[in-house]
Design a protein around this ligand. Structure first.
Ligand code: ATP
Ligand code: MG
Length: 253
């Protein structure tokens, strides 16, 4: 399939998001039209307050009080029940948000395995998958630590491992390397790059222009609108491995 024929995974038409009432009313998103196809790796940049996080929240079905249209995989989000939205969110979308905290009474491996519980995967398999993900992030030796025993950067990597363990086909990342040193940033960007090569769709907000080299498209925002939209390289088209959204072979419990 050529990229031109790749179906859109996300379509926004005249999307608006209003906050506040009366004199305090303002549009954080002020008329965005955007088509995102499966397998794109998009970097979103723009000054503080231009609406990047607000847009990611909407794309991730965390905020459905919007004007305009949002179609996800061909379905109008406005027509989906909140239960259906929650199911899509937990099975199809992975969030890498800095504010997502770990559960303090669970150790690292249990934290990472948690999203798999909602998929009905047996405990032993859950722990095996979580362990594999932690090894990808060079955290294999920290599996049985509690969150308070980790450094800030390690905590962030555990949160990212947890966001990716259930193999979401759409990954939304809000400054995923924000507080990390260059080595830790590299580990995360390589993991995102690998997910992209496997055919998954990635939308990443960043303030770091160097990170846009990983992306196939760079969008800049200004005052709640798209300012520039540039395709930098071809999106991943060849899947060398199973894409994350595809079904896993049933593992023995
Ligand atoms: N819950 C809220 N209530 C009222 N206004 C809000 C709310 N959330 C965001 N805003 C406003 O919407 C605008 C966009 O905020 P947003 O967080 O999306 O910006 P951003 O581009 O992510 O900025 P940053 O780079 O600093 O993270 C800002 O003016 C902000 O004050
Ligand atoms: Mg933000």
């Amino acid at each position: 399939m050529t990229f031109a024929k790749t179906p859109p995974v996300i379509e926004l038409r005249d999307l608006k998001k209003r906050f506040g009432i009366g004199d305090a009313e303002h549009y954080a998103i002020d008329g965005i039209d955007l088509t995102i196809k499966k397998g794109e790796f998009i970097a979103i940049m723009g000054p503080s307050g231009c609406g990047k996080t607000t847009l990611l929240n909407i794309l991730g079905l965390l905020d459905s009080e919007i004007d305009g249209e949002y179609e996800l995989d061909g379905r109008h989000v406005a027509s989906l029940s909140s239960r259906k939205q929650a199911r899509i969110r937990s099975q199809q979308i992975g969030f890498i948000f800095q504010s997502f905290n770990l559960i303090s009474r669970l150790n690292v491996i249990e934290n990472v395995a948690l999203p798999l519980t909602y998929k009905g995967i047996p405990r032993v398999t859950r722990l095996k998958l979580a362990s594999k993900m932690l090894h990808n992030f060079h955290l294999g030796e920290r599996e049985y630590y509690l969150p308070h025993q980790l450094s800030g950067g390690q905590t962030q990597r555990v949160a990212i491992a947890r966001a990716l363990v259930n193999e979401p086909s759409i990954i939304l990342a809000d400054e995923p390397t924000g507080n990390l040193d260059s080595h830790a940033s590299h580990i995360i960007m390589e993991e995102l790059s690998d997910l992209h090569k496997r055919g998954n769709t990635i939308i990443m907000v960043t303030h770091n222009p160097r990170l846009t080299t990983y992306a196939s498209r760079v969008i800049t925002m200004l005052d709640g609108r798209i300012d520039t939209d540039t395709f930098t390289k071809k999106p991943a088209k060849k899947r060398t491995k199973r894409p994350l959204g595809a079904k896993r072979k049933k593992a023995k419990a």
